[in-house]
Each structure stands twice: as structure tokens, then as C-alpha cells.
Design a protein. Structure first.
Length: 120
């Protein structure tokens, strides 16, 4: 599990392969948008034979249940963006990594989301 702490350093942490991949791919502005401290979702995959059964939603909600916030980066194309949006995640940034369109999504507990909406 990777965690992201603020204040953000001038360069993103590169303690794990995931940290390094995100640091290489995401523009600094996108990373500064990510909440901190936060849980970082590196991968969430369900076998195609088990999709559309609520497994990914259950895994995701269990994983972030005690997190103060969370964020992830996913491919723009495919079903992942719609899935995360249905789960209450918010798209914060779009960027390209090695020619591949990527999206940064954030999640906060519902009370935090409502407070942010009131402030915005």
C-alpha cells in the first residue's frame, strides 16, 4: 500500500515501483490535486468471468472504509472511469503517459465531499 502525505515534496516520493510510475506519469499539478494524507489505490482487478457481480465495488468500499481520503490513476478508455464515478469518486485531472490517456480520481468520505461542495 502506498500513502501520500502533505505537504507534498517538490518531487513525488519514489519509495515503491508504484510511486515511481506515478511520479513519472502524472504532472506535478495533478499530483498536487490529490488529497493527502490518503490511501493510493494501485490496482483493482476482477476476473472477467466475475465482473458485474458487485465484487469490485465491495472490494473498493472495504479497502477505503477507514481511509481519510484516497486517490488513483486509471486509463481513460474502458469501463474504469464510469465504475469509479458510480462509486462516488471524482475526476480531478487528465494527462497522458507514454501516449496513453490517463485520469486522476479522488475519493473522500461523504461528509468531506459535501463540505467541499458547499465551499466550492
Amino acid at each position: 500500500m502506498s500513502t501520500w502525505q502533505r505537504p507534498a515534496p517538490a518531487t513525488p516520493p519514489c519509495e515503491t515501483a508504484f510511486d515511481q510510475a506515478v511520479a513519472d506519469a502524472a504532472p506535478t499539478l495533478a499530483l498536487l490535486t490529490a488529497p493527502a494524507p490518503a490511501l493510493v489505490i494501485a490496482e483493482l482487478m476482477v476476473a472477467s468471468s466475475h465482473r458485474r457481480q458487485g465484487i469490485a465495488a465491495q472490494l473498493l468500499s472495504t479497502y477505503i472504509a477507514d481511509a481519510p481520503a484516497a486517490w488513483l490513476v486509471t486509463h481513460r478508455d474502458g469501463g474504469a472511469p464510469a465504475f469509479y464515478q458510480r462509486q462516488g469518486w471524482r475526476q480531478e485531472a487528465a494527462f497522458t503517459s507514454a501516449g496513453v490517456p490517463m485520469l486522476l480520481y479522488t475519493w473522500a468520505p461523504r461528509a468531506e465531499q459535501e463540505r467541499a461542495a458547499e465551499d466550492g
